[in-house]
Design a protein around this ligand. Sequence first.
Ligand SMILES: Nc1ncnc2c1ncn2[C@@H]1O[C@H](COP(=O)(O)OP(=O)(O)O)[C@@H](O)[C@H]1O
Ligand SMILES: [Mg+2]
Length: 435
Amino acid sequence: MDRQAVQERFGIIGTSAAIYHVIDRARQVARTDITVLVEGESGVGKELIAHAIHEMSPRRHGPLKIINTGAIPEGLIESELFGAEKGAYTGASEKRIGLFEDADGGTVFLDEIGEMPLAAQVKLLRVLESGAFSRVGSSTLRKTDVRVLAATNKDLGREVEAGRFREDLYYRLSTVIIKIPPLRERADDILPIFETFLHQLAQKYGTARRRLDESAVQLLRQYRWPGNVRELRNVAEQVVVLHRGETVTAEAVRPFLRGVTAASTPGTALMAISRAAPSEPDAFRERELIYRALLELRLEMRDLKEEMAKLTAGLGTAPAREVFEPGDLPPERRDFVILGEPDKEDYGGFIEDVTYEIEGDEDPLSSNGRRLEDAAPETGPPRDEPPVPTLEDAERTLITKALKYYEGNRRQTAKALGISERTLYRKLKELDEDL
Ligand SMILES: Nc1ncnc2c1ncn2[C@@H]1O[C@H](COP(=O)(O)OP(=O)(O)O)[C@@H](O)[C@H]1O
Ligand SMILES: [Mg+2]
């Protein structure tokens, strides 16, 4: 497959020398069984490249098993990877097949490998060197035929120096390194990716075509994109859904950029709702705020659910599904939203499920020509909204935000929240049942 065919087949957009280099390396290594370490910040496309390598490899008819090391509680990693015999640890009531056994004949993708505990690293090194491993609670050696791809957003060399990563494993993993530079270092890719997303998402949501004006182009190229392509996609999605009018200006994009204005911080719109007193002329603005808050929540929930789906898939439970029902909203907001069937194929689909029914106004997104940011929040006690969220709501928002911030890394999330991993695990389960 030539480079262009690879880009088309796997949807890898970009025309920078850097992305071409990445694709060419992926093509070269695909036909071998060499262990590959994909390096890069979060959201640069590490998983996308790992998929492409597997699909271009002779193992493409075998399984591709993905595990996010940072998202598995430390005590469970070894049994997830290598399996466990019945009774190997408390709660192990059944024999468990691990990922390496499951992936026999295929590929294992170890995401966030820098998070792997040292004890599991020893076992990983052995399986890399000889294909041999043993289940937790057993000394019987088993064999597996697996190709390993790994990814990290950390500098593993530094982790080695700090004593958190085994040097021998590092050498074994770094035979071939594919480094994907952050988006800000390949600015030429920003516009092609953004415009492709705008186009795809406009089709998906059935909204009109958008055109970026010169000021928007400048802003998109200059922005640092800390969340890389993942963030770019979120921004494109918000533009497609929330921006009115064909031409997109810098002013229209800016509120959606993380860290550029306060309004773009997840959750801010929600807080603005509970702060702002909805006086008569602001009714439209309030609706727009609510809509924005819903969209933000949905984007956050989608990310969270994707993480949950990956996790629960690994733990043998049914994957989380995106379902959003009127009951998810406080009663005073339910009349704004009527939801249909959730999108069956795509976790991300939701806007098309949302129908607005607001009395006396067929177009809830119109805001009297006023921009959301122009209206300063009023002070004074709100009338319709409770002044503070319930503890449960606050906890839910916090956990969601923290998980998103740490990209599903539950160890770091639990630490940041000051709770144990086990507590976080339980709360996530409860949350998932509630959502
Ligand atoms: N060059 C690219 N062209 C198109 N989409 C991309 C590109 N790079 C990444 N993406 C998309 O961005 C999102 C994040 O990519 P992902 O591979 O999950 O990043 P990482 O594993 O590095 O965090 C995914 O939806 C992916 O399909
Ligand atoms: Mg990833």
